[in-house]
Design a binder for this molecule. Structure first.
Ligand code: PMP
Ligand code: GLN
Length: 402
């Protein structure tokens, strides 16, 4: 039976959270916040339940939420989207990514992906019977090499999965790298699926989607670049959600936006997976998106401060740390600790840290393909999305034990 699932079982996130709970460790493994989203959004959820929004919405999502998503994309990325044909509401980004992959990729195809990667990508690509071709982001800077980008593309590439800002490394994609990947996707006629769940959590510069045609800082200022930008927008599905932007990971509201000719396919798959997400929560997320610009800006500032605090502490402890530029995560190389802790890899160290230091972190090797896992040995991820006092307590525990 397990073979039928390609060997995929429970996730590293669930397993680590369970182990952390068992040892009463501070859980900086699974990335979820310990505070609620905007108060007016939570109040809107209560009101929606009372107002009787308790039946199915259209499979594409509630009209109010689709409009709020289109408006938010125009405001923040300059993308002009038709809420009727270019916006699809999904059960979290997770369903958006799954439906996007199922609509584009067939058994035997290649999917190009930045490595390390979010675990769902490998699972869904394996369920389809396709193959991941990875572009390794190598420590300590986690930037792609041009040669690795070229090597990942072949005539079998039908999709490219980007994730920017990046989980698990906390890096952001440099414009030159995004441009090269976009050019190769166009050359190989591959669809780009860009996972932008951390789009509002960028601390250095502004987030730019590869799908934003008007953004010349990404694709350059030559006339040919404008053509490229349009070619890219026409082949790109953008996936995002309320989970991180509005601190509502448990609400399971996400969305996919892009050109109508691609959204049609994603919509077909999505309709038969779940039909539509929870109606009252769609309404509440619409309220959240309509009126949270300042709240979301503050969220990014606050997350930047937390991530930098964690990075500085780990640096003071003598670890090599990658600069956190976005997302929730801070990665550092803990291999200098192996000897003192009597462990021989980062998976063993993660277990030891939970049991002996009372802090749960995740090994980056858990986000890598078996062939490249060794590249990341020693590197571990801190989910720095908890309140400052919790992070400080966790850093205190690490300080005592490192
Ligand atoms: N993509 C990435 C990169 C993630 O880190 C996560 C987890 N938040 C998801 C997708 C899934 O997001 P959601 O909770 O909206 O399903
Ligand atoms: N996105 C979260 C992380 O990377 C976890 C999501 C999940 O539990 N599947 O930690």
């Amino acid at each position: 039976l397990l073979d039928a699932c390609g060997g995929f079982r429970s996730t590293i996130f669930d397993e680590t959270s369970a182990l952390a709970a068992r040892h009463e460790a501070i859980n900086l493994g699974q990335g979820f916040p310990d505070q609620d989203g905007p108060a007016h959004m939570v109040a809107a959820a209560h009101r929606a339940l009372d107002a009787g929004l308790n039946q199915y919405t259209p499979a594409v999502g509630s009209p109010r939420l689709r409009k709020a998503i289109a408006d938010q994309q125009e405001r923040t990325q300059g993308r002009i989207l038709d809420p009727e044909t270019q916006v699809l509401v999904t059960v979290g980004a997770a369903e958006g990514l799954t439906a996007a992959l199922l609509s584009v990729v067939r058994a035997g195809d290649d999917v190009v992906v930045l490595e390390p990667y979010y675990d769902l990508y490998a699972a869904v690509v394996s369920f389809i019977g396709a193959t991941l071709r990875t572009i390794p982001l190598r420590p300590p800077h986690f930037r792609p090499e041009a040669q690795d980008i070229h090597n990942a593309f072949s005539s079998r590439a039908t999709a490219v999965l980007l994730n920017d800002p990046h989980n698990p490394t906390g890096t952001v994609l440099a414009p030159d790298d995004a441009r090269l990947i976009a050019q190769l996707a166009v050359e190989h006629d591959a669809v780009i699926i860009t996972d932008e769940v951390y789009e509002h959590l960028r601390f250095v510069g502004n987030h730019v989607s590869v799908a934003a045609t008007n953004n010349r800082s990404l694709l350059g200022s030559e006339p040919a670049d404008l053509t490229l930008a349009h070619q890219v927008a026409e082949r790109t599905l953008v996936v995002s959600s309320a989970s991180k932007t509005l601190r509502a990971t448990g609400w399971r509201i996400g969305w996919v936006t892009g050109p109508g000719h691609l959204i049609i396919g994603v919509r077909a798959v999505k309709t038969y997976l779940t039909h539509s997400p929870a109606a009252p929560l769609q309404d509440a997320v619409a309220a959240g998106l309509e009126d949270s610009c300042q709240w979301v800006r503050d969220l990014a500032t606050e997350q930047g401060e937390r991530s930098r605090m964690v990075a500085e502490t780990l640096h003071e402890l003598g670890l090599s740390v990658a600069e956190p530029c976005g997302s929730y995560y801070v990665v550092a190389d803990y291999s200098p600790l192996y000897q003192r802790w009597g462990v021989s890899d980062s998976t063993e160290l993660a277990a030891a840290l939970i049991e002996r230091a009372g802090v749960a972190l995740l090994p980056i090797s858990a986000f890598a393909s078996p062939v490249n896992a060794g590249l990341y040995d020693g590197w571990m991820r801190v989910a720095a999305c908890k309140q400052t006092a919790t992070l400080e307590q966790a850093m205190q525990r690490l300080r005592k034990h490192l």
